[in-house]
Design a protein around this ligand. Structure first.
Ligand code: GDP
Ligand code: MG
Length: 293
């Protein structure tokens, strides 16, 4: 049961949205029967976000329940979430976007889905919600990789609205990136260790104003993220098949060589590469296990 909740809100240049969002959030929280605190991580916004936030806090007289953390320079979404979690005082932490896309009353849906035996609840958006095609493709590819790595089908890996137990999340601090891919990586880390991740359907709106800062789901970035995920969570799943394919090619080449009565360079190269990749796989697997400890 969630009876105390720390709400971590990453903010970067949201002057036109964050005031509306905080108002809406506060109206929702007032009506709830759990204790709460808000941790706002202002990531060196260059607009008036901080002013808007401070005005809200003083207007509503929330000095005791709202903590504002100002990052000295822009360090990214993931880094800010981590910072917010460090500052969070309660066992359960909820993250939510400040751009007005999430509907605060949906927090109730996540809270009802949580229990001692659930380590993370991800607010899942309808796949049909409007977004750029490149982003949809990127997410679809990521979804497939995540499924391969974890053996679970994951309806939404990138949602910023999620609720989790702090003590589990902090275990993964050293492997979590400082950008937006923190969302995907943390979900896979939880699943990979057999923690319970459940999904709660939520709604999503257009952002209030300004535009999305996510560049993470296009082409090269997706490939880089996939490589990182594989190397952290399941290197053997890539190295072993690769080594096996090279071995098979070597074998086929060997058959041809026997017929020709001459061992060719190709055969030797294929066998040697297969062997090297196999042993690299073993090493990568050990390094990954160490990093995940
Ligand atoms: N702390 C921090 N927050 C960020 C950064 N970039 C975006 N955000 C916040 O993260 C949330 C989601 O960002 P957004 O660009 O709307 O992503 P999208 O909703 O996935 O398109 C919003 O509250 C942003 O203010 C950043 O560099 N640092
Ligand atoms: Mg957004």
């Amino acid at each position: 049961m969630v009876d105390k909740l720390s709400i971590v809100i990453p903010v970067y240049n949201e002057q036109d949205a964050v005031g509306f969002f905080l108002d809406e959030l506060y109206s929702f929280l007032k009506s709830q029967n759990f204790e709460w605190e808000i941790v706002i991580v202002n990531d060196a916004s260059s607009d008036d976000s901080l002013k808007v936030i401070e005005e809200f806090v003083s207007q509503k007289n929330l000095g005791d329940s709202v903590k504002i953390v100002n990052q000295p320079f822009n360090r990214g979404y993931g880094a800010s979430i981590k910072r917010g979690i460090v500052e969070a005082g309660y066992d359960w932490v909820l993250t939510i976007d400040a751009d007005g896309q999430h509907i605060p009353s949906d927090i109730g849906k996540l809270v009802s889905a949580a229990s001692e035996n659930v380590q993370m609840v991800i607010g899942t958006r309808d796949a049909g919600h409007r977004q750029k095609t490149s982003r949809k493709i990127g997410k679809a590819v990521l979804g497939l990789v995540a499924r391969y790595l974890t053996g679970h089908r994951l309806p939404d890996l990138t949602s910023g609205l999620r609720l989790f137990q702090k003590k589990y999340f902090v275990r993964y601090f050293n492997i979590l990136p400082r950008g937006f891919s923190l969302s995907t990586t943390s979900a896979i880390a939880f699943l990979n260790d057999g923690l319970n991740v459940v999904f709660a359907p939520i709604d999503i709106r257009e952002r209030k104003s300004g535009k999305s800062k996510v560049k993470a789901y296009d082409g090269l970035r997706v490939i880089m993220l996939i490589m990182r995920l594989v190397m952290i969570f399941a290197p053997l799943r890539v190295f072993l098949p690769m080594s096996f394919v090279l071995f098979l090619i070597g074998l086929a080449s060997l058959v041809v060589d026997i017929i020709n009565f001459n061992i060719s360079d190709t055969t030797v190269l294929m066998f040697v590469s297969s062997l090297i990749i196999f042993f690299f796989g073993l090493i990568a697997d050990q390094i990954a296990a160490l990093r995940r400890q």
